[in-house]
Design a protein around this ligand. Structure first.
Ligand code: HEM
Length: 306
């Protein structure tokens, strides 16, 4: 391991070591969430935070609030079902998140942090680093007439594409939609007996596809090898990172991080599921993510030879 990712994983291992020594049962999802936030803030946005070591970190609080809204939330339901109420519903959700985030809109707070780093990098070449943010900053200077990535920031970002025919501005509303495996029908489509009118937003039911017995044998059984083997049928049946030219830009990065974190953890500890844990994980369906409610485990340090 090397670089920022290594140092974030080492911090996680120290936290786990402490928990293993104390022999306590804890929610490992929470530890992973803090690790992934630490890695992304360091590597993509060049910001060093205390999200792993400080459970009261304001960055951690803001980032969690961005992802917390449940799919079944009344405001989300209303906003999606009645587009006329969409702005109002988003306003109510914003208001609640501002209250929970102690007076600041979580998106704006995170964006401000990134902006500061961007200004620092632009104004002082000595602060340049070899990371994703620098790549985006450099390409925004080098490539004229292409996407101005300096306007692509987390949260209420505006993505501006300056082309020969003028400028197309996309607000966060649109960015939000392209971050998921959603596609708009650009024209009327007839798929077998289903008519899809132009402009319809189609969302791929990823969770259902990954749990469909037509595609995968015994899909509810925990089987770490499942997606390494071929599905029961042909076609696109595995798409955690989307598919096509707009699939996930960070796929390899995310997979590398997950593998490194898991390999290091398994190398150092035996992982035991808490006895009180229900057999089935409770899955929470948020508007931006799908996560288990809690994954309660206990770790035992591995001695040499076991
Ligand atoms: C386990 C972690 C991750 C998962 C499951 C995931 C999943 C996805 C999915 C499903 C999409 C939509 C793809 C589509 O519509 O076909 C997407 C898009 C995207 N992801 Fe990820 N992602 C992950 C981590 C990351 C990371 C770490 C980064 C950045 C370093 C990243 C950057 C992006 C970007 C920029 C897009 C938009 C691509 C485009 O529209 O062209 N993702 N991701």
């Amino acid at each position: 391991m090397s670089g920022s990712m290594k140092s974030s994983i080492e911090t996680m291992l120290e936290i786990l070591q402490e928990k293993a020594q104390k022999g306590i049962v804890f929610d490992i999802l929470n530890v992973y969430q803090r690790l992934t936030l630490d890695v992304i803030t360091r590597t993509a946005f060049g910001i060093q935070t205390d999200v792993q070591t400080n459970t009261k970190s304001s960055t951690l609080r803001a980032a969690k609030l961005v992802f917390v809204t449940p799919y079944r939330d009344a405001m989300t339901f209303l906003g999606l079902s009645l587009p006329i109420l969409r702005k109002f519903c988003m306003g109510v959700q914003d208001f609640i998140s501002i209250l929970l985030n102690k007076g600041q809109k979580p998106f704006i707070m995170l964006r401000r942090g990134i902006r500061k780093v961007m200004e620092m990098r632009r104004n002082n070449p000595k602060t340049k680093k070899n990371d994703l943010l620098q790549l985006m900053l450099d390409s925004s200077v080098a490539v004229s007439g292409d996407v101005d990535v300096s306007t692509l920031e987390a949260g209420n970002a505006e993505l501006e594409t300056a082309g020969s025919e003028g400028s197309v501005r996309m607000h966060f509303d649109h960015l939000h939609e392209i971050m998921f495996t959603n596609r708009y029908a650009l024209e009327d489509v007839q798929y077998e007996d289903i008519h899809i009118p132009k402009g319809t937003l189609i969302q791929a039911p990823v969770y259902l596809m990954h749990h469909d017995p037509d595609f995968w044998s015994e899909p509810e059984i925990f089987d770490p090898e499942r997606f390494s083997t071929k599905p029961n049928s042909e076609g696109i049946t595995y798409l955690p990172f989307g598919v096509g030219p707009r699939n996930c830009l960070g796929m390899r990065f995310a997979q590398l991080e997950a593998k490194l974190a898991l390999a290091n953890m398994v190398y150092k500890f035996h992982i035991k599921l808490d006895e009180k844990h229900n057999d089935n994980l409770e899955i929470l369906c948020r508007i931006r993510t799908l996560t288990p409610a809690k994954v309660r485990v206990k770790l035992e340090p591995r001695n040499e030879g076991n």
